[in-house]
Write a protein that binds this ligand. Sequence first.
Ligand SMILES: Nc1nc2c(ncn2[C@@H]2O[C@H](COP(=O)(O)OP(=O)(O)OP(=O)(O)O)[C@@H](O)[C@H]2O)c(=O)[nH]1
Ligand SMILES: [Mg+2]
Length: 272
Amino acid sequence: MNRYILFLLELFGLVLPAFFFIFKAQVGRAQSIIADEDNHYGLFSPDLAEKIKSIWQDEGMKQLYAIRSTFNLNDSVSYFLNNLDKINTPDYKPTERDLIMSYVPTCGVQNVVFTTSNQSFQLFDIGGQKIDRRKWATQYEGIDAIFFCLAVSEYDQVMNEDMRTNRLDDALQLLEQISEEPMFATTPIYLFLNEVDVFYEKLNIIPLNKFKPEYTGEDPEDALDFIESLAYGALAKRDKSLYRVYRCIAIDTPMMAEILATIFKDIMKRKK
Ligand SMILES: Nc1nc2c(ncn2[C@@H]2O[C@H](COP(=O)(O)OP(=O)(O)OP(=O)(O)O)[C@@H](O)[C@H]2O)c(=O)[nH]1
Ligand SMILES: [Mg+2]
């Protein structure tokens, strides 16, 4: 976990000097943390932990964090840095929440088998990165449902793969491609419009119409309706009975439990 925090700090260290509102002393601190390689493994020394906390609490850092999407910084940084004291202990054990909050990119295909309501399910978790996509459509004949997660908050972000393609456009294009794939002609698609919390937070700082000039709405609900309308557009050629759309926050466990219970019931009903 420390290495994870360190990686995030390195990212900060790289962009810090570019921002005039970061105090020079903090830049020096960030650079000294990165240079202090002996302390990169195991526990952070108390001195190092204090330096990290001091940078994290800096006003300039808060402003930088608010625009984190401009350099593709993961949203859970604040969670881990706010919990640094708890994590930086010799007997630290990640909680369920810590695991939910950490981003571990799925490489290739993860095969997960689980049981709910006395039914066993097999889930193929497929990484969203471009490199993982080539195998998709050809391998999944005979599946009962597709769960498609689209991060609505990514309207201003670009793909790490080329630092050019807009992430929302890319996701919508992929959704359309899957929706129109003949092999999935009768497979229901459950679309998760995810990261609604990050989306609402971001709208105040990064206007949606800067990236989607055709958007003319005013409040956050209008903005989400607009993104949802784009998703409906991608699904337009599909029969309405073959898709469902949910707005969600994946890290909100009770919310997800409710949505998923409905979905699993729906899948079982369709199987009968
Ligand atoms: N605030 C917030 N964070 C979220 C939400 N959904 C996911 N995250 C965070 O986003 C990160 C990535 O989540 P993952 O589920 O690992 O991402 P993924 O879509 O599987 O990514 P790939 O495996 O690379 O395709 C984690 O740090 C989560 O905590 C959300 O709705 N709100
Ligand atoms: Mg994943």
